[in-house]
Write a protein that binds this ligand. Sequence first.
Ligand SMILES: *[C@@H]1O[C@H](CO)[C@@H](O)[C@H](O)[C@H]1NC(C)=O
Ligand SMILES: *[C@@H]1O[C@H](CO)[C@@H](O)[C@H](O)[C@H]1NC(C)=O
Ligand SMILES: *[C@@H]1O[C@H](CO)[C@@H](O)[C@H](O)[C@H]1NC(C)=O
Length: 472
Amino acid sequence: MRFTPALLPALLLGLSSAVSPAVAAFAPPAAFKNVNLVHIVSAEKNYVKETINVLVENIASSPQQEYYLAIPSDKFAHIGGFEVKDRKDAKAGSFATEAVDDTHIRITLPTPLAPGAQQTLGITYYFLSAYRPLPALIAQDHKQYLVYDFSAYAPSAYETTKQKTEVKFPNSDVPDYTKFEGGEKSLVQKQGSKLTYGPFDTQPAGALRPVSARFEFTKPVSHVERLERDIEVSHWGGNVAFEERYQLINRGANLSSLFNRVKWAQSAFYNPQTFALKELKFPLRPGSADAYYTDVIGNVSTSRFRSGKREALLEIKPRYPVFGGWTFPFTIGWNADATTFLRRLNNSYVLNVPFLEGPKQPEGVEYETVRLQILLPEGAENVKYWANIPSSSIATSTLTTHKTFLDTKGRTAVIIVARNLVDEFRDREVTVTYDYPLLASLRKPIVVFASVLSLFVAAYLIGNVELKFSKK
Ligand SMILES: *[C@@H]1O[C@H](CO)[C@@H](O)[C@H](O)[C@H]1NC(C)=O
Ligand SMILES: *[C@@H]1O[C@H](CO)[C@@H](O)[C@H](O)[C@H]1NC(C)=O
Ligand SMILES: *[C@@H]1O[C@H](CO)[C@@H](O)[C@H](O)[C@H]1NC(C)=O
């Protein structure tokens, strides 16, 4: 198992307090000061990853355990995947994070920080739908440029004594970025694919300094609006079946003229780089089998599936290249041997499955909503589950009963809905434990036998009735 027991209380806490009502105008107490802060922004993928490494000091007179992060409200809806660690103590694991309102994230330190004491936090999170293409319309063989609007000061709920912001781009083609004038000129530096703002001196809590940068990104901006991932566990077949339904859109530049397939075929030959999505690669668990891929029209043959003992890879191609503004809804599915994910301990079972398996693309993939449903065998009892994704990313988590043909009691389903994740969370696991008494494993054959039997009895009775009628 990947998760450590120490993580469990935090995760359970996150699950139980899924959605707290909005608190009006929350203002965290000025209990901390950021002594030194380095804000690292990676705009290398089609989502933004931000890291804030900060030395914090308790300036209150009592021990403090709650550190807050203030995010500008216009960005808050597109932010996710918060993880906070102690930069000097990796063993402490991830700290619990929770949204307090629509601008503040509460970080709970594992142990209270004494007055005057300092701690180094490493805070990571992601921005989705972070960019806008400029120009918004381009020709199919042109280079795409994206704009990122951000703040040269890191978002903070506390006074920050010293800070700088470093932005990394995919390459050094950054034709426009905010420059400062006069004496502040030296506070902006571009070196190759890296842009640095600062170091800045003391800034008050909540200070922002809007800047923007425009950079080349001739790759698709793949945005999954919704992923529905269904996992069905069958003890009978010794099988785990996966099905994933994607609502994908390219958030990149729209075409300025009609798509030209001839030109496309020609340019693909000498310059394969394009902002259109033309292929997705799904690494699956070794031993995966029976992969399929369908879109709105039906079965698509332009897929390749290789599966072996060491690795499995499903490669799919849309029927046409997906340019900016175009959507690509599709479904994939496959089967896997239950022994890959399921372990038995007496009459209980432990299931470990990835929360997300999705495509692995060099340019990245972002997910606005992921709905994971794990359907357990009929008769599974005492179901418990934990997801090893940031607690603040989980919108809802529920246990429900699902009835299908020949089920007597209905099957338990674990449903977890998460918001604002990125492909870096691929392979984070969900663990489900459940009891499965021997009787439960016999229930289905008993039901089948009983229904066949009742059919015979019914046929016999009807036969008799008819017989009686015919005698009259
Ligand atoms: C879909 O295509 C695969 C081969 O690519 C084939 O085995 C399968 O039978 C097809 N399914 C349908 C419903 O056409
Ligand atoms: C790009 O295309 C999408 C979908 O057709 C449309 O909603 C959007 O307004 C277009 N953007 C521009 C700038 O034309
Ligand atoms: C399984 O059951 C046996 C006998 O009842 C017991 O000794 C053992 O500890 C159990 N194992 C687990 C993992 O619960």
